[in-house]
Design a binder for this molecule. Structure first.
Ligand SMILES: *Cc1c(COP(=O)(O)O)cnc(C)c1O
Length: 354
């Protein structure tokens, strides 16, 4: 454990070089869920990144935004552009971060689920209350989500070009904040976690979390090799990904490590474990197992997870434990990445929860 504290201190030194905006409340809590631990036969802990702040509705994107918005401010930018679905947690947290730092948020949001302008819900409502400039990009008939996302990026870049020619400096944050700078925030997240387990004297065998753009997973994997804590990270996909996803995430992790000048690297075959078995029927479409997971955590521990991300990740973790892929008696951490605003989203996103 002393060795772990030393590697964490060295990692903190590397992180100090990066421009950073202080947006959240850290460290986020890490503690044991007693009822569920007993029920499942493992030592189950939860890492409460739903409590990152800044507002009531925090989540994993705040960690990335501390470095992204820090970078935007250091570069003297005035506007921050970002992307996502209309109910994107990332977009809402970006708006919140921009407001705190005096930057102007512009969102290009793909309507995977069509919002009702007369009855706005969840994150889109919060984005509007915070006064973000919002461009809803409707999906064309037969268009794939990835194609609509790509189109939204092209539209935003045209918009940025116009602003730049008028002398306004713009900063582009990719979907989910998944860039080398953004993932540095999750290297820090993993270091924070390693410091906590060292203090608590526990040895986590597994971390489970939901993965989308991969920025969180990249940072966690990079933090793992940087600190040397040998916890296995199991990343439950919340949307379809092709076979190149682990390798791309490995490359993202290594670009983040290179920014820090860290002399270690992530290898997908050793450090990255993704699982595509729990995202169906699709992104932002509820599943029975996620709905069950939401109810289970609410009724045993009084905690909320969401139908789009954490519910599917938790369902995956429960399955790994129940079928014995995670041995009984293991110490398991569920990394709660936020997202509970989706409980107040459109019925199509929430599903039959009651
Ligand atoms: C964005 C998000 C994730 C996935 O994180 P990535 O870094 O995009 O992979 C997981 N959970 C919640 C609640 C999110 O908003």
């Amino acid at each position: 454990m002393d060795h772990l504290k030393e590697t964490c201190a060295a990692a903190r030194n590397l992180l100090k070089q990066m421009p950073k905006a202080d947006l959240g409340f850290f460290p986020t809590p890490l503690y044991k869920l007693d009822h569920l631990s007993e029920e499942l036969g493992v030592n189950l802990y939860i890492k409460r990144d739903d409590f990152t702040g800044m507002n009531l509705f925090g989540g994993n994107k705040i960690r990335k935004l501390q470095y992204l918005i820090g970078d935007a401010a250091a570069k003297g930018c005035e506007y921050v552009f970002t992307f996502g679905a209309t109910q994107s947690n990332h977009a809402m947290q970006t708006v919140s971060a921009c407001r705190r730092c005096g930057l102007k948020p512009v969102l290009y949001l793909v309507a995977i689920v069509e919002p009702d302008e007369e009855d706005l819900r969840s994150n889109l409502l919060l984005d509007r209350i915070m006064g973000a400039e919002i461009h809803v990009v409707r999906m064309n008939p037969g268009e794939e989500e990835a194609e609509a996302e790509e189109r939204s990026v092209q539209m935003a870049r045209e918009h940025m070009k116009q602003l730049e020619t008028q002398g306004h400096k713009c900063y582009e944050v990719p979907m989910g904040g998944a860039s080398p700078v953004g993932s540095v925030g999750f290297i820090e997240g993993f270091v924070e976690f390693a410091e906590q387990v060292a203090d608590m004297g526990i040895h986590p065998d597994y971390i489970f979390h939901g993965t989308g753009t991969g920025g969180t997973m990249a940072g966690l994997a990079a933090g793992k090799v940087l600190t040397g804590l040998d916890t296995e990270i199991i990343s439950i996909n919340v949307s379809w990904k092709d076979e190149g996803y682990p390798k791309r995430t490995q490359d993202l992790a290594n670009e983040s490590l290179a920014l820090l000048g860290a002399p270690v690297s992530v290898e997908a075959s050793r450090d990255i474990h993704t699982d595509l078995n729990y995202y169906l029927p699709g992104y932002e479409i509820p599943s029975e197992s996620a709905t069950e997971a939401i109810r289970l955590l609410a009724q045993t521990e009084g905690l909320f997870i969401d139908p789009v991300y954490t519910g599917k990740a938790f369902a995956g973790m429960l399955d790994h434990i129940r079928i014995g892929r995670v041995p009984q008696g293991s110490t398991v951490v569920f990394w709660h990445t936020g997202g509970a605003t989706a409980l107040f989203a459109e019925k199509e996103i929430l599903g039959e929860i009651l």
